[in-house]
Design a protein around this ligand. Structure first.
Ligand code: PEP
Ligand code: MG
Length: 868
């Protein structure tokens, strides 16, 4: 039993708040603990007592004990407040009750000190607050009386009116005994804490069912002296930028409810700002609080917001909590604390939520804006954008060419929409989930995206979208997509633009120094690769080569390849594609300047390249000089019942090997070109998708080796490459030891692996995923955050089997989970060499990897131990 627990068990559960008391948040709540710390730092805190969580629980269950030594607290006529002190601040708590002890006697005493008008006003306010908070009367009952209660004071008649109103409603006299007021106040706060809505609210914020509440009984500071007086809050860090600036709110002559005014009323003070939230010039408040804030900052190793009362120019602190901050401000504040020697880099890194980096890097909906949210869906790609609705890729391109921002709105997107997606400022789909086509592509492009907005109904033909309630929007109407919050908003509510100031770069450098696992980017285009390099990655972990074939000029050649009737026709199309692919890889290798680039051979089923609409079939028939009927027949022939489980990935590589041959040649020739011109070794990693059987890898490997040998001879240039497998099927996991005989690396495609493990279509899961998560069937969407218990087990199994076969097997993960902080943490601890995700998510992954390296240093040993 700790000393504190023993003292608590033996005592009354009431402790004086003092510099020596060191009350813990666990037993007395966070506020009690903070007040002790403030006093220990020598800061002025009004005298008070803390009622332990256990004591509050006892009162809630067995009622108020008669033997508690409470009466002594009220003996000298001092006024008190009762404040909540929950174990965690994030749970919220019942509202403070001020001025307990106010009665006719106290009113008379006060009148001598501050004048009758002020004393009467205080009494009136107390009667009203007590009536509303404790006796649970309607605030409207006091509306008429309150309207006459200005700042100037009150009259004895007004006091009578307040007392009458109270007594009429309650049918009892207003309690004059301070101890009765205290007990009743305490009860009302406990009831408020136990209430169903408060319970639901705090549980939604992560509180356990038995969340503990402590209470504080604290002397009032009446701030009625002749000098400056009032209450407020202040922090010396801008909540927007994190820079040193006074920010807060001050209400003259208010005794101690500093946080009551909405946050928007707080304005930055300084730089000659005319409208000071701290009074006409604010200098009194600033002079009085600045030093205290510095002391608190040092004592807590944190930028603090002080709740204070100013009485005749002297400051009393009522509370201190971590300063409010935006994501951007959080980084600046953390970096300033490190710079000032008040926190370590490790503490700074651990203090930032990795996902909040999205807010720093991308535009966001202005949090102050009033929003008309008409649909919600999956927050598939973060950031926010406003634009005019278009319903086709073509319309998006046309809008872009007029330099207008547009939002591409589709039931779902397909590879044919790629160019339109490039042109759109944001993407919204009625169907889909976290790994559907729109989501994956949008994340790659860094374009905000909401998928699975099922409340809307898109009619692409009529170019309208029907919103819940029947409202209809037309092409050209303006909406805003909030990809961070998964919301769709009508109109243009205003956006907050990203600002990557100096501290962001420095902070990310610290993260890179701390992390031990690599972070690569999934990048298919030159632009994506450039973004990835600018953000700072360790290489490319996945080039989805199929995206390179959707350029209009190439799509036709690809279709000619698919429909070629003879080997010669196929070769002719491949000869056209080869220089295009080679050019793609040359560009990528150049940008990546010797860093690893992992290229996946063609993966999707061929039908993804086929024309869909009648006009497109007609156009292709013309280009190929074929009758429409024979083209349609061929399309029919190629159609599969379940193409995602059909002729795709390595199966295509085995049955139509010329495609992989061409891709391998393009990769090697590009490697030679760039190695020659730049003088850096380019060692491509070639990845075989959708493997389920080792023989598949052997066959592909022998053909790729043959191409490599041919290119070495033709170019007279020696180069190295490695060949690995994309683990996406449960069978590849189970046979990882076989596969690793040939494969030099395994990269886990957890999008498909999740799909196949659950037997759950990644494109259709959006239909019920929200219900599943809300009902607690799934803890989280497994396409978003790695299912550690199931899919994660498979990863561990494959790692163990693969490494048993090949000690220095390189291990990566390239599914979308590579950008999810929890999943990144899993990968670090499992001993992965790297994770790979969309470029814009790589900073999130870098910070998550750094945090897990600090929490679990053994993760690095698990990885590095295998080689030595
Ligand atoms: C995967 O399946 O995890 C993957 C990265 O491949 P894709 O999303 O292209 O299927
Ligand atoms: Mg896949």
């Amino acid at each position: 039993m700790t000393r504190e627990r023993a003292a608590l068990a033996a005592g009354s559960g009431i402790r004086k708040i003092s510099a020596e008391a060191e009350l813990s948040a666990e037993f007395y709540g966070a506020r009690a603990s903070t007040l002790c710390k403030l006093m220990a730092a020598g800061l002025p805190v009004p005298a008070g007592h803390a009622l332990a969580v256990r004591a509050v629980r006892e009162i809630a269950t067995t009622g108020f004990p008669e033997d508690r030594p409470l009466s002594s607290l009220f003996s000298d006529g001092t006024l008190f407040s009762i404040r909540s002190s929950p174990v965690s601040r994030s749970w919220g708590g019942p509202e403070t009750i001020l001025n307990i002890g106010m009665n006719a006697e106290a009113r008379a005493r006060l009148a001598e000190r501050v004048g009758a008008k002020q004393a009467d006003a205080l009494y009136c306010r107390f009667i009203r607050d007590y009536a509303v908070q404790v006796a649970r009367l309607d605030v409207e009952d006091f509306e008429a009386a309150s309207a006459r209660l200005g700042n100037g004071g009150a009259t004895p008649e007004m006091v009578d009116e307040f007392l009458d109103t109270y007594e009429r409603q309650v049918e009892d006299a207003f309690p004059q005994d301070p101890e009765v007021q205290f007990r009743e106040g305490l009860h009302s706060m406990i009831l408020a804490w136990e209430g169903t809505s408060a319970r639901i609210l705090r549980e939604a914020r992560g509180a356990p069912p038995d969340a503990g509440l402590g209470l504080i009984l604290q002397e009032m500071v009446l701030c009625r002296g002749p000098g400056s007086g009032g209450s407020g809050y202040v922090q010396y860090a801008s909540p927007i930028s994190g820079e040193d600036a006074a920010w807060g709110n001050f209400q003259p002559h208010a005794e101690g409810r500093p946080g009551r005014k909405p946050k928007e009323n707080g304005r930055v003070l300084g730089n000659g700002s005319a409208a000071s939230p701290f009074g006409t010039d604010g200098s009194d408040v600033l002079a009085a609080t600045r030093e205290h804030a510095d002391v608190a900052r040092r004592a807590f190793g944190e930028e603090m917001r002080l709740d204070f009362v100013l009485d005749d120019g002297s400051v009393w602190l009522l509370d201190a909590k971590p300063a409010e901050r935006s994501a951007r401000a959080a980084i600046t504040i953390a970096a300033r604390l490190v710079r000032d020697g008040l926190a370590s880099r490790e503490e700074a890194l651990l203090s930032i939520d990795p996902l909040s980096l999205n807010e720093v890097m991308l535009s966001q909906v202005d949090p102050r804006a009033e929003l008309d949210v008409f649909a919600t869906g999956f927050a598939a790609s973060p950031g926010a954008a406003t634009g005019r609705i278009v319903f086709s890729a073509m319309a998006a391109q046309a809008m872009k060419s007029r330099e207008e921002d547009c939002i591409l709105l589709r039931v779902e997107t397909s590879p044919e929409d790629i160019r339109g997606m490039h042109s759109a400022s944001a993407i919204l789909t009625e169907k889909g989930g976290m790994t559907s086509h729109a989501a994956v592509v949008a994340r790659g492009l860094g374009v905000p995206c909401v998928t699975g907005a099922r409340e809307i109904s898109v009619d692409a033909k009529a170019r309208t979208v029907t919103l819940p309630g029947g409202r209809v929007l037309n092409e050209g109407d303006t909406i805003t997509v909030d990809g961070t919050g998964g919301r769709v908003v009508s109109g243009a509510p205003g956006l907050v633009e990203p600002e990557l100031d100096g501290f962001f770069g420095e902070f990310m450098r610290w993260a890179d120094e701390a992390r031990t696992m690599g972070v690569r980017a999934n990048a298919d285009t030159l632009t994506e690769a450039r973004v990835a390099m600018e953000l700072g990655v360790d290489g490319i972990g996945l080039v989805r080569t199929e995206h390179m074939f959707f350029e209009p000029g190439r799509l036709t050649v690809m279709r000619e390849l698919i429909f070629a009737e003879s080997g010669a026709g196929r070769q002719a199309a491949l000869n056209l594609l080869l220089p295009m692919q080679r050019g793609d890889f040359v560009e990528l290798f150049r940008v990546m300047a010797g860093l690893p680039v992992c290229i996946r051979l063609l993966d999707p089923p061929l039908h993804e390249f086929l024309p869909r609409s009648r006009q497109a079939v007609q156009r292709l028939a013309e280009a190929m000089a074929l009758p429409v009927s024979s083209l349609s027949a061929r399309i029919e022939e190629l159609s599969e019942f379940n193409p995602m489980l059909g002729l795709r990935g390595v199966r295509l590589g085995i049955t139509v090997p010329e495609i992989y041959d061409m891709q391998a040649r393009a990769i090697f020739e590009a490697a030679v070109i760039v190695a020659r011109e730049a003088g850096v070794a380019v060692e491509p990693e070639i990845m075989v998708p959708l493997v389920s059987e080792n023989r598949e890898v052997e066959i592909v490997k022998s053909r790729v080796d043959a191409v490599a040998a041919a290119v070495r001879v033709e170019t007279g240039f020696s180069f190295e490459y490695s060949l690995g497998v994309m683990v996406e099927t449960p069978r590849a996991v189970l046979r990882a030891h076989d596969i690793s005989r040939v494969a030099e690396f395994l990269s886990f495609g957890t999008n498909d692996l999740t799909q196949m493990t659950y037997g759950l279509s990644r494109d259709d899961a959006g239909r019920f995923m929200r219900d599943y998560v809300n009902l607690g069937v799934f803890r989280e969407d497994p396409f978003q955050s790695l299912d550690a218990e199931g899919v994660g087990e498979l990863l561990l199994l494959a790692i163990e089997r693969g490494r048993r076969q090949r000690e220095n097997l390189l291990l990566g993960l390239c599914g979308e989970h590579g950008g999810d902080p929890e999943s990144v943490g899993f990968c670090h601890s499992a001993g992965f060499d790297y994770v790979s995700c969309s470029p814009y998510r790589t900073p999130v992954a870098r910070l998550a990897a750094a945090q897990q390296a600090l929490r679990d240093p053994d993760g690095a040993r698990r990885r590095d131990g295998r080689a030595g």
